[in-house]
Every structure is written in C-alpha cells, then in structure tokens.
Ligand binder design. Sequence first.
Ligand SMILES: [Zn+2]
Ligand SMILES: [Zn+2]
Length: 790
Amino acid sequence: MAKEGLTRNDLGRETFIDRVWRWKEEYGSRIILQLKRLGASCDWSRTRFTLDSGLSQAVREVFVRLYEEGYIYRGDYIINWCPRCQTALSDIEVEHHTLNGHLYYIKYPLKLSTPHSPLPTLSVATTRPETMLGDTAVAINPNDGRFKALNSQVAILPILNRELPIIEDDFVDPEFGTGIVKVTPAHDPNDFEMGKRHYLQEINILNPDGTMNANAGPYENLDRFECRKRLLGDLEEGGYLEKTEDYLLSVGHCYRCQTIVEPYLSKQWFVAMKELAKPAIEAVREGRVRFIPNTWERTYFEWMENVKDWCISRQIWWGHRIPAWHCRNCGRINVSRKEVQVCECGSSNVDQDPDVLDTWFSSALWPFSTMGWPEATLDLKTFYPTSVLSTGFDIIYFWVARMIIMGLKFMNEVPFKEVYIHGLIRDADGQKMSKSRGNIIDPLVVINQYGADSLRFTLAILTLQGRDILLSEERISGYHHFCNKLWNAARFILMNIEGYLPKEDPSKSEPQLCDRWILSRLNQVIKSVTNNLERCNFSQAAQNLYEFIWHEYCDWYLELTKLQLYGSNESEKRATQERLIATFETILSLLHPFMPFITEELWSQLPGRKEESILMASNWPKVSESSIDRESIREMELIKEVVYHIRNIRGEMKVPPDKQPKALIKVPEGETLTLLEVHRGYITFLGRISELVCGPSITKPPSSAAAVIQEMELYLPLEGMIDIDRERERLEKELNEVEEEIKRTDLKLSNEDFRAKARIEVFEREKRKKDELNTKRLRLLENLRELAVG
Ligand SMILES: [Zn+2]
Ligand SMILES: [Zn+2]
C-alpha cells in the first residue's frame, strides 16, 4: 500500500480489511506450504486462524464474561499519537531519530508556605517546554541529598499559576538537568506511570490534530510548535527561562508520514490482571506446568508477580473488534455477545467501539477456542489440556503466561503440561541472521539443495537446551552425508535380501557374536534415544543415533554380515537377512522423527509392506532388556580394538591394500585367547590378514610392527610389505613421547602441592598411569631392538 502511496484512511475500513484478507490468503497458505516442506506432521484439516468465526465467538464470550465480572474496564492510558494521521501507533510503528534539540532550564517559583524555605525558586530542565502546561507535580529523587529541604513543599507553575506538589520518586535521574524534573502525566509515558504511583491529576493539553486545547490557557488553538515558540518568549520575558543548552535527543516519528509523534492520553480498555495471575503462578509453582529448561520459570514468576493491567485495545482496523457499543444519546456503553442496535435507553443511535483487541487477546484463548469452546464439544473434551507447547522465550510474557491465565479461568485447567522454550537460530559465529549481514539461510533454498531431512537433523543435533542454534550451510551439508550413508546402507540391505520372502516361522539359526552385539547395542540405543526425547534432549538423541548408525551399524555390523551372507550356510544366510531387516526397521523408526522423508521411503521398500501401512503410524520401538547381552558388547569391543590396531598399523606403515600380512598375538591362556580363536574369522576379514596366530608363547618376529592392546601384544611381520626404516622412526618418535609423558607424571607426583591436595583416587590414578607408561616404554624399546635385528 505504501508503494501505491495509499494509507488505510484512503481506502476506508472495509476495503482495507478486504485487502488484508487477500494478503492473508496468499501468505497464510505460503507459511503452511513451508511447514509441509519441512515435514511438520500436523492434522492439516484442522488449521485455524484467529479470525475464524468460531474463534471470534470465543473471543466475544471471554470479553463479555470478563467485563461482567469486572475484570475488563476502561481507563486512561498513554499511547503514541500521530497528529497528522490522527491515529494511535504501536511502539514498533514509531521510528526514533536523533535530532539536535535544546534543553531548556525553567525556573518554577516556590509557594513559600513555610517561612524557613531556603529557595525562592527551583529550576527544572525539559526538552519539550510546551508540555509544562500539563504539569501536575515536580519530582526529586529521594536519595538526592541536595533537595531534602524541598520535600513536601509546593511549586507554582509559571504563566498558568497552577500549584504543583513536590514529590519524591526513584525514577528521577539526579544526573539529568538539575536533578529536579517536571511531571506531566498526560504527555509522557514515564510521567504517566509516576502519576499513577502518586495519584496525580492528568491534564491533557492537546487536541487530536496537535493543536493546543483549552487547558493550555492563553495558547489555546495554537499548533504545538507555535505554542512552544510563544511560550518560550513569554517565559523569557517573565524571567523564568534560566538558560538553554544544545541537546541531542531521540524523537519518535510516525513510520508512515514522519510527523513527530506525541505521547497522548486516551481512553483504552484494560484487563485487571492481579487476581487472574494468582492461579497461573500457582500452577507453575506446583509443577502442573513445567518449563524446559526450567530456568525460564524465574522469568515467568518475575513477570507474573509484578503483573500490570493489560491494555487490550488497539487503534487499528485489522483484528477482533471490541464488542462494545457506545450510545450517543445517553452515553451508556453496551457490552454484548451480539450486535447491539438499540441502547438500553431505547435509542438506536449507537456505534460500535472503533478499536480492535490486542492480537494476544485471541491468541491467549487458542488452546480451547480452536476446539469449539464455549460449546462443550468432543474435541474440547479430547484435546484439552494439551501436552507440550514449543515456543520462543520472547513471547513467554505475551503468549504463554496469558494462555495459562485464560485456560485456568475458563477451563479450570492448565492448557498444557510442558512448555519447551527453543533457542534462536543464529549464524556459525553466533550473529543474529539478518538481511544486512547477508548471513540468512533460507530454509526453502537449503531444502532444495540438501533435502528437508538434512536440515531437520542438523537443527536437532545443534539444539542444545537453553542455547541458541549456531547454523551454517557446512553443518547441513555434513549431515547430508549422513542421509547418504543411511541410503547406502539400505541399498546394501535391499541388494542382499533379493528373493527374500518373509515366512511365518523365523529361521532357527543361532545368532553370531556380531548379531548378539548389534541387537544389544540397538536396544541400548532405543533406551537412550527414548529417554532423551522424553526429556527434550533432542541434540543428545540425534547424537546417539548418528554415532550408532554410522560407527557401529554401518562400519562394523554391515561389514560382518557379509561373512554370513556370502557364506555357504543357507539357514544362516536367511537368519542374517531377517536380522538385517529387523534391525534396519528399528533404526528407521528411531530416525523417523528426525528424518521423516527418507525413513518413510526406505521403510516402504522393505519386504512385506502392505500398501496402506506407513512408518509414521507404526509403533515406537520398545526396549527388550533380555536382548541386551553385555558380554557380547565387551567381546565385540575387544575384537574391534584388535582390528582397529591392525588397520592403524596398515595405515601408518602404508601397507598396500592388496598385501595381506600375517598377524601374531601374544596373549596368555584364558578367555581372551579363546575369544580370538573363536572369532579369528572376523579379525582376518576386517583386518585383511592372511593368517592369525595367537598364544602365550608367541615371540616377536624380526622386522615386525607392534601394538599393545590390554594384555595382548600384536605383531605384524612387515618383511616384504613395507619400508622397515620408517617403522623404526615411528617407534623412536613414540618412545620420545612416552618418555616426555613419564617426566611430566613424575613431576606431578613429586609436587608437594599435588600430594597435599589431590584426592586419593586421583593420586592412585596418576601412579597407575606412570606404571603403564613404564611398561609401554620397555615394550617400545624392545620392539625397536627387534626391528634393528631385522
Ligand atoms: Zn502519521
Ligand atoms: Zn442510550
């Protein structure tokens, strides 16, 4: 509209509202579309809008009931007024510009009611001298020792000769001007508050068009700036103007026409909040509503315990119009659920109040107004109270608190049990995203490039409770790889179950170590992910899944199943296929809340799917405690460690992939040896080893690389595999490092301070560490010797 050079007044109320509805149709559906692309799973048949007719009925009902019970009243309030547009402006519609102005020091005579008064006059400083015509007091700070003698005296307003009480108020800044200020409750928001505290009179000196009214005495009908000029002349002439200083001041301007805005007293509608807030405070105190993280409860209490009456009227056209009709005949205000055409006095000369309700008024009713209240509908019975509200901290006051208040007042029950306060999304450096910084990440652009699942998973894993989300495209691209990893895992599984038909009776083949291990780990992951989700630890839940799927399921389990899938044992192959499907299904279920699109698609490709079944409607995985075999986890960890060291040596020594060295492990008789013997297949396969020899009497072969793993010593003979000199260098480097570490530990252990202060366990741990380092040192020395012999 601004582009067309139109104001709402040019259009008129009805045309304007028409246009807003059209805008709403277009952008409202765009927002829904964005939510759908993000994968928000809502019942879209139930989308509601605060101006729907059902909701309008609820708004009227609440307004009338609160009015009838005396909670809603009319009162004076300071608002921002544009004298040119002749409309009230909300705070965000006022633009502040710094202007070169003046600070005027004006002398106010004292009434001198006591003969002991030390001063004939006092001096106040102001940037808007014309407002003095509306002064109703003079104020000092109670802690300002300079003006003690003024307390409870009376000053005289120059020109109008009004008597002004001298009051004490903490709000007065002793540093501003003389430390004495004039108080104009009708034309300054801070003075208005001060006036309320001290029961001061409010004198309005302005007409709506910015000219002076009768209260301005000799200046009546002058424009406000002309009045300022004349008044200053008169003050000068009367000897009241002490001095004038240049002064930089921030002045509010109308965002539409750039006219200087006036703080203006006007009749507004209010809700008395004190009584209504009490049960809402109790509800949170008693834990019937919990904030997550709970530090926000302090913010909530702070606000609720100092709650002010809520100004609910707005001088705009878009919104719920206030259901009050003013009678021009008798002046009565008729508040009604239905359109009023005839006043109680019989006159039909009635107008509906032009104001609309603050948008938060209808929002406060959302949890029950959307369910058909005030009717006792089935929806209301089924869906009220709700469970979780997720929102930003910036609207705890505006929205959350008021929903709790209204829910308790009209439903006798809290509207939700948990309030999850999410962080704000910032860029990687913690900067707020803004157009001018050029650091905005557009969700739709990112979704087009990486998919909604990558974005969702990134947001989830970065969502640490109580902290902002530092988002970057690199992170999203990084978790895009995770989506690919999952996709490739599915490809591997689908490829290896080709021709597989689910049968009634599961295959009888005994699970192998890797099967028992993955099932144990999977159940532990179900447990941790479920717990974390229940506690709204989204980041930890996502982290659990990421680590498990990538670094256990894909890296180890899928590799090991190859031994069973490509083996000659048919029933084992079949059992492995069954387990692959079952474990992958569970993984998809766990991932579904984070990645709904890819998981739904992959799930539909698994065998045995019925047309109409969807993952989204399937049950959340349950933990099977009996499937958690801790022994299998310990055993697999040991095998993984051996393989890890073999791979490590291969990597560091640059053993070419096609070479398959032999591996020897020196290990005492016992469980470990048995384990290695039984699962030598895993180790040779994963470590690409030609042969594994283990036993207590193994000696280090010449020219072999070595690693120490728990009670084992691992040797890889490198003769014919690599460059021996380089291995010697590596060992020397490690020896150096170990010797440095021993020195550091020695120093620590002999430090008096450490000996005196460290707890016994810490001290013991350091001693143990030193012993281990010494053992390692001796082995390294020995290995070096071995290599030298070669
Ligand atoms: Zn204006
Ligand atoms: Zn009437």
